[in-house]
Design a protein around this ligand. Structure first.
Ligand SMILES: Cc1cc2nc3c(=O)[nH]c(=O)nc-3n(C[C@H](O)[C@H](O)[C@H](O)COP(=O)(O)OP(=O)(O)OC[C@H]3O[C@@H](n4cnc5c(N)ncnc54)[C@H](O)[C@@H]3O)c2cc1C
Length: 439
């Protein structure tokens, strides 16, 4: 489904694992789906993960086939690097405005050959590697990106013209502008997912200024063989770390930063990363400081026990402060909850903050649906059908509805697709559209 149509049965906002699953499940029922993704590629957080708990399967090996299936499905139109700027009720469905951001590359003509990237003289910290690697000012986001189309970053481009000169299909267009497109849809599924809490949320942990204090997504990137270093190294000096600490609840269950809820996946992703570090760097010493371990899913408790058996130190203790000392090492001041609150100081080469999950998008000015106290989209029927929102015809799935892991996000996406299908049938969307077009 290549061309942009004027009408779709379903609109999915957000092309992570939940969005792709919702789009596929609707499309398989013969509904036509428009999937809008704000980034240059679909895939969401999952395409940037190294391996997934508790099976330790390669994350992109699971995610990439879903991406390919979505883009090749005859009933799905994917519009990446675009945003929904308005959704208005327009019986029997909604009128939606989509803003296609300018890539400064003609998408239909780009063949993804990377000639432009190779020729570009400008290096920019790469978002996909969390700033640890570099990309060019004109770039394809990563090897598994869909669509495999270049995007020119005007904030860093020097307009030297070298990319345009070398492009075999003449698809670089410095004059491109944002384009607004209006479409009618019968149902909306919101799957806009997560951000992690900002690094500067907790000043006691360095406020984002300490180079060897990493965020967990950057750790995923450096563990990956296709990551910026190809193996886990310290960002400050490229040395192999010998001692690593994980600080749990570094952005969740904390009233002082306005995030009182549990982000649910942090214990499991920290255990996963710690175990993999033990595999990658055999004599590394890893300590995970936690308030309590929440291993809530199928096989998760067993995974937790495996991690302990494989030599990761799991310590019930609250990290009060992280300070940088000589050699950019890190001194942790810890209240040992397992030893009656005794204070101790330990020095580490590298620290990973298990930052929590916050909503990536709250729909401000676009979606008039209720948010919960936690800021995620509110489910009006959390026990019976968690995908229902306060607005009829608008459904929510994945982390957009609250913190959860990949299996739960996928199941919820399937449920949202079913509710959307039931809604479309219930309002007789196709029949109404047909009648309107004939009159
Ligand atoms: C460090 C870390 C490790 C993890 N490891 C695991 C693991 O091993 N196993 C596991 O089960 N779970 C893991 N998780 C959790 C997992 O990442 C999430 O469950 C999963 O990514 C949720 O998918 P989603 O589609 O709901 O959201 P996302 O993956 O966040 O996808 C949302 C998509 O929507 C797009 N979007 C956002 N706003 C807009 C907008 N306004 N318009 C259009 N598009 C928009 C985003 O760009 C993104 O592509 C981990 C999480 C973290 C932080």
């Amino acid at each position: 489904m290549d061309e942009f149509k004027k009408r779709y049965d379903g609109l999915v906002i957000g092309g992570g694992i939940a969005g792709m699953q919702a789009a596929l499940d609707l499309a398989e029922q013969d509904y036509e789906v428009l999937l809008i993704e704000k980034d240059p590629s679909i895939g969401g957080v999952m395409i940037g993960l190294n391996k997934v708990f508790p099976t330790l399967d390669c994350s992109s090996c699971i995610c990439t086939p879903r991406m390919a299936e979505s883009v090749h499905h005859k009933n799905i139109k994917i519009q990446a690097y675009s945003e929904v700027t308005s959704i208005r009720r327009h019986d029997p469905g909604f009128k939606v405005t989509v803003r296609k951001k300018p890539r400064y590359v003609i998408e239909d003509k780009c063949i993804g050959c990377s000639q432009c990237e190779l020729e570009c003289p400008v290096d920019v910290p790469h978002e996909f590697d969390h700033g640890l690697g570099a990309r060019r000012a004109i770039y394809i986001p990563h090897g598994n990106a869909i669509p495999q189309v270049a995007t020119l970053d005007v904030d860093h481009c020097t307009f030297c013209g070298r990319c345009a000169k070398v492009c075999p299909t003449q698809c670089v267009d410095y004059t491109q502008e944002a384009e607004d497109v209006e479409v009618d849809v019968g149902a909306v599924i919101v799957t806009t997912g997560l951000n992690i809490t900002p690094m500067d949320a907790k000043k006691e942990y360095g406020g984002g200024h300490l180079i060897n204090v990493m965020n967990p997504l950057a750790m995923e990137a450096i563990q990956a063989s296709n990551g910026p270093f190809g193996r886990p190294l310290r960002p400050s000096d490229g040395k192999v770390p010998r001692t690593i600490a994980y600080v749990q609840c570094a952005g969740s269950r904390d009233h002082t930063i306005g995030i009182p809820y549990c982000s649910r996946v942090c214990c499991m992703y920290a255990l996963k990363q710690a175990l993999l570090l033990r595999h990658y760097l055999h004599d590394v010493e890893i300590t995970l400081y936690h308030m309590d371990i929440r291993a809530f899913g199928k096989g998760y408790e067993q995974f937790y026990r495996r991690v302990m058996n494989e030599g990761v130190n799991i310590v019930k203790g609250k990290v009060a402060k992280i300070t940088e000392v000589e050699n950019q090492d890190l001194l942790l001041r810890v209240e040992r909850l397992d030893e009656g609150g005794r204070l101790e100081e330990r020095r580490y080469d590298l620290v990973v903050l298990s930052q929590g999950l916050v909503p990536a998008w709250q729909g401000k000015g676009v979606l008039d649906i209720e948010l919960g106290d936690d800021g995620f989209f509110k489910s009006i029927s959390p026990k019976i059908s968690p995908v229902l929102t306060s607005a009829e015809g608008i459904f929510v799935a994945g982390v957009a509805a609250g913190p959860k892991d990949i299996p739960d996000a996928i199941v919820e996406a399937g449920a949202a697709a079913m509710e959307a299908a039931i809604h479309l049938e219930g309002i007789g969307y196709r029949e109404q559209v047909l009648t309107a077009s004939q009159s």
